[in-house]
Design a protein around this ligand. Structure first.
Ligand SMILES: [Zn+2]
Length: 244
């Protein structure tokens, strides 16, 4: 049995976490933000009690209906995303591999049902978090919002990578304000995608998320800085921005 009083969450002692999780089980959509405040504030910090909650979260997810499942999977996914990687000794991803395996299986299944693109991307990120993926489990939302902000590797200017509603291009100024100089994005040919990008593309197509899928070859393609002309990999700059 877990002695929760010896563990901590964002607010101090984790004694109250079992009752919080009871309330979460009864009303996942209603209690999710409270759970996040305690176990994963700002979606970027987890605590010993957060990882210790994963077995219970896997149980709750296994038992709850499809209308509540997204809330439970995203809560668990946010915690998993904070975990030190699989290569770290005693990584929570290893210690809690059994419940994480259940959460991964449920997310994999639930993804196919997600209709709304924002929910789909969030669940896809959770799926990657449960696998221990680095960075891309937090950086896919630009495929849905249609925008990434990156820095030129040569001249250091801030740039927008725009995917979707207004086209596929790179620019240095606010493109919503009108005429700006745009560098076109050069997508990878779909048949040349490999590794994670290929898997994301194939999966999004299979799940009927055509618009998201369409952005993936651009995200993993190349473009040039509108100011200095330096050619660069879009995905490499997204990763560089995250790891700064
Ligand atoms: Zn530049």
């Amino acid at each position: 049995m877990t002695d929760w009083s010896t563990l901590t969450d964002a607010c101090g002692t984790a004694e109250h976490v079992p009752s919080l999780l009871d309330r979460f089980e009864a009303d996942p959509n209603g209690v999710r933000s409270e759970v996040m405040d305690h176990l994963c504030p700002q979606l970027d910090t987890a605590f010993p009690a957060s990882y210790e909650a994963l077995p219970r979260l896997a149980q709750i997810a296994s038992a709850c209906g499809p209308e509540d499942l997204t809330s439970v999977l995203l809560a668990a996914g946010a915690i998993a995303a904070c975990s030190p990687g699989l290569s770290e000794p005693d990584s929570p991803l290893t210690v809690y591999s059994a419940p994480i395996g259940v959460l991964h299986m449920l997310t994999d299944r639930h993804l196919r049902r997600a209709v709304e693109a924002g929910e789909y991307v969030d669940l896809l990120q959770s799926l990657l978090s449960f696998e221990g993926a680095e960075i891309w489990d937090r950086c896919l939302d630009g495929l849905h919002s249609g925008e990434y902000e990156v820095v030129c590797p040569h001249c250091g200017v801030n740039m927008f990578i725009v995917l979707g509603q207004d086209g596929y291009f790179c620019c240095t100024d606010d493109y919503a304000l009108g005429e700006v100089e745009k560098s076109p994005l050069q997508p990878v040919r779909a048949q040349d995608l490999t590794g994670l990008p290929r898997r994301l593309f194939t999966r999004a197509v299979a799940d009927g998320q055509e618009e998201l899928a369409h952005g993936i070859p651009y995200l993993f393609g190349r473009t040039a800085c509108p100011d200095c002309g330096t050619d660069f990999s879009v995905a490499e700059r997204v990763v560089a921005g995250w790891t700064l």
